[in-house]
Design a binder for this molecule. Structure first.
Ligand SMILES: Cc1cc2nc3c(=O)[nH]c(=O)nc-3n(C[C@H](O)[C@H](O)[C@H](O)COP(=O)(O)OP(=O)(O)OC[C@H]3O[C@@H](n4cnc5c(N)ncnc54)[C@H](O)[C@@H]3O)c2cc1C
Length: 372
């Protein structure tokens, strides 16, 4: 079967790319090992934080503002509420690069941001306990994306524009000869003019098939939901948050629709290979999250349940969004290092632009493969 473009991996980035490619009139095929959205990769767990005054560096801001516009467009086209404007509170010591970067981003791009001391934070959100050496930056316009629903929405629209999405088709072989792409699953062969590789934690193995050794490290991550007083921690009273502490970087979500407060740890985690099942959420994972709660949110109650997921890290924790250095008809999106979901609408558009024109309208050179 012949297509204009094949997308390997119909997860966060791939499903969005499939939509933009199909919308532009390309005959598009998306292949996935599972049936997205699913809980085997990096996109499950109901919620993802989206923030614009970017702690990882102001250079991300134009790209995340494009993502914001595209999420609003997706809400309008799908008729679904995908974004919840809870606001996001970042907490750290005053010298923290992350906090200082949020302030610099807000100044440069005129983004609303309130800088608060520990007393002001505790007065506003009684569910938080902080010592005086912490400060916070609160971005009221940011919030939470419903991640699986975003993927479902892109899937529906991609199909409306004629894309074919085949689930439970793991790609086992990629060959490129004279600019023609041949893809094999266990019992089917597909041909195309161009290829997008957006296979999350599995991307390293696929890129090896195209002689590329990508510095990508899949890591096991855990997160959990806790019973919490709704008066204190519901989405009507409490923001999404990220705390930089001496023990680690923790992030979380208010109790949304009564499901409980959700908490995860951003740094650390064991290196894994995604073909092996992840070690399930266990006692030591809970102990780590509980010590954060004891110190900073002591009113949060019992563990409800925990889950595991994967990050795919690059050495500098910046993404890879680029054409293959040798094959100009192959676009790659990988290494989202635990902060990529919020960008996935803009990444999908960028991948489509790379395939259609070889470049993106917003500068993505910081995500080039050649930097390694
Ligand atoms: C616990 C957790 C919390 C996070 N929190 C945030 C947050 O708050 N904000 C934020 O912005 N980001 C967050 N992230 C990061 C974000 O979710 C990821 O960066 C993003 O989901 C990565 O998208 P992806 O498309 O690369 O991978 P995925 O969404 O996992 O998609 C990859 C797809 O490729 C498929 N695939 C793999 N190999 C093959 C193959 N051989 N053949 C066919 N298909 C294949 C997989 O089945 C999968 O569906 C978080 C991540 C985790 C794990």
């Amino acid at each position: 079967m012949n297509y204009d473009v094949i997308v390997i991996g119909a997860g966060s980035m791939g499903m969005a790319a499939g939509y933009f490619l199909a919308k532009s009139g390309k005959k598009t095929l998306l292949l996935d090992s599972f049936s997205p959205p699913h809980d085997k990769g990096s996109h499950h767990g109901e919620t993802r934080i989206i923030r614009y005054a970017y702690g990882e560096g102001e250079e991300y801001v134009p790209f995340v503002l494009r993502a914001k516009e595209l999420w609003a467009e997706l809400e309008q086209l799908s008729g679904k509420q995908l974004f919840m404007p809870t606001g996001v509170l970042n907490v750290g010591v005053k010298q923290s690069d992350f906090i200082q970067n949020t302030i610099k981003s807000s100044e440069k791009y005129s983004l609303p941001l309130e800088v608060l001391n520990a007393k002001e934070i505790q007065k506003r959100w009684q569910g938080i306990t902080l010592s005086d050496d912490y400060i916070g930056s609160f971005e009221p316009t940011s919030g939470v994306l419903k991640c699986e629903e975003c993927i479902n929405a892109y899937q529906e629209l991609a199909e409306q524009h004629g894309a074919t999405i085949l689930s439970n088709r793991r790609v086992k072989e990629i060959n490129i000869q004279n600019d023609k792409v041949t893809i094999k699953t266990s019992n089917q062969t597909f041909n195309a003019n161009s290829l997008v590789i957006s296979a999350g934690a599995w991307t390293k193995d696929l890129l090896k098939m195209l002689d590329l050794d990508a510095p990508l490290t899949p890591v096991r991550k855990t997160f959990a939901w806790y019973e919490a007083n709704e008066q204190m921690y519901s989405q009507n009273h409490f923001p999404a948050f990220a705390f930089e502490t001496p023990q680690g970087i923790y992030y979380g979500f208010p109790s949304i629709d009564g499901v409980g407060l959700k908490l995860g740890r951003h740094d650390g985690g064991e290196t894994v290979h995604p073909v092996m099942p992840l070690f399930p959420y266990g006692e030591s994972d809970d102990k780590d999250l509980r010590q954060f709660l004891t110190q900073f949110m002591p009113n949060v109650e019992k563990l409800k349940y925990g889950k595991t997921c994967m990050y795919t890290l690059t050495p500098d924790e910046k993404f890879i969004i680029d054409l293959h250095p040798r094959y100009t008809n192959v676009a790659i999106a990988a290494g989202f290092s635990g902060h990529g979901f919020k960008f996935s609408s803009a990444v999908g558009q960028a991948l489509s632009n790379l395939i259609l024109t070889g470049k993106n309208d917003i500068d993505i050179s910081q995500f080039s493969f050649r930097r390694f």
